[in-house]
Design a protein around this ligand. Structure first.
Ligand code: SF4
Length: 103
């Protein structure tokens, strides 16, 4: 029997493709649903969040969202989810008083 027409193999491949598509669609929806954190958000205000760390007089050198332990954006990303703000997107160059050292 020619393997390319093996019905079990075809079914298995279909399952893999559909599974990969479902994962991609779910990930895209999650990213699309993520909302950017605004500086005037009450919690952001309470934690002195700024989109640009250079505007904060309290930030220590080297501290910013991109170097924070709870920043969930990809390495080198311009923004990403923050666990402190319920997964809302923060700027990697932003900062708030909940900044936590990675090490
Ligand atoms: S907790 Fe960290 S990643 Fe989240 S806003 Fe504050 S500094 Fe940025």
């Amino acid at each position: 029997m020619n393997e390319s027409f093996n019905p079990l193999r075809r079914t298995a491949l279909k399952s893999l493709v559909y599974g990969a598509l479902a994962t991609t669609v779910t990930a895209s929806r999650s990213e699309a649903q993520a909302v950017a954190l605004k500086e005037d958000d009450p919690t952001a205000k309470a934690l002195h969040y700024v989109e640009d760390v250079h505007r904060s007089k309290d930030a220590k050198p080297g501290s910013m969202c991109g170097t924070c332990a709870v920043y969930q954006g990809a390495k080198g990303s311009k923004e990403g989810p923050c666990a402190v703000f319920g997964g809302k997107l923060v700027k990697s160059g932003g900062w708030c008083s909940a900044w936590t050292n990675i090490s």
